[in-house]
Design a protein. Structure first.
Length: 256
């Protein structure tokens, strides 16, 4: 069942969304050579707690892993697609990219967002990967319109990514969000006619999150049961926003 939010509920979600935005902006400033992903985790948790919010991910049960995710932040470096686990052993170096994905629960409502940040000097192809992935999200946001269908969003991501020679991860998708971190509908970044294609209605909130590989689309999960990586070792980029469907068009809740 897809839960539609009232205008007052969207205001709550706006507050949680802006907090996630602020945390990601501060984390991006900390990203530099020599910093560990655990350093970023510590900073993220402090910001969440200081704001009086709860981390959305820490302690979240993931059925596929059969365990609870133990961190506030997903810190996915280079070939890691999503759910990268922070580590004091993983030092960032020039040429790396890192996906920072975090969420909060504030006043009973969730916010969830992700950015991918380059460290030092990255290759031209890597710059293009980040640019195209972020562009695909921006194009998808414009499709979050009352009366459109879900595949208008999914298809827009797929078309832009594949036209630029990159590939869409199939195994991981976006999701509805509200009083639960993951709600209906699932939001793939590609069109699969076997999946539901609901019409978008005011009050729906979609967490749209393109995950794009520089190489082939296939992924695998490491022995830690959480970290997803590209099978061919190619870099992967990830951007995410929560977008409300309104009578006045899309409202991105996770940025000013």
């Amino acid at each position: 069942m897809i839960v539609r939010k009232s205008p007052s509920e969207l205001e709550y979600m706006r507050r949680s969304g802006l907090l996630v935005y602020q945390i990601l902006q501060e984390l991006a400033k900390l990203v530099k050579e020599g910093v560990t992903t655990q350093d970023l985790e510590v900073a993220a948790e402090k910001m969440v707690r200081d704001a009086g919010a709860k981390p959305a991910f820490k302690g979240y049960y993931v059925p596929a892993a059969g365990a609870k995710f133990p961190f506030v932040l997903c810190a996915s470096v280079n070939e890691q697609i999503v759910h990268g686990m922070p580590s004091a052993k993983r030092k960032l170096k020039s040429g790396d990219i890192i996906s920072l994905d975090t969420g909060v629960q504030l006043e009973g409502y969730y916010g969830d967002s992700a950015i991918t940040v380059p460290i030092g000097e990255v290759s031209e192809e890597t710059k293009r990967l980040l640019k195209v992935t972020e562009e695909s999200l921006e194009l998808a946001i414009h499709q979050v319109q009352a009366g459109n269908r879900l595949f208008d969003v999914s298809g827009t991501v797929q078309k832009h990514v594949e036209a630029n020679g990159f590939s869409i991860v199939r195994e991981f998708v976006g999701h509805g969000i509200g009083t639960q971190l993951h709600e209906e509908p699932q939001i793939p970044n590609y069109v699969d006619r076997r999946n539901p294609n609901p019409r978008l209605k005011p009050g729906m909130v979609l967490a749209v999150e393109p995950m794009v590989n520089a190489g082939k689309p296939e992924s695998r999960v490491l022995s830690d049961k959480f970290t997803a990586v590209t099978k061919d070792g190619s870099y992967s980029a990830h951007f995410e926003h929560c977008i409300a469907v309104t009578d006045n068009g899309p409202w991105v809740l996770t940025r000013p």
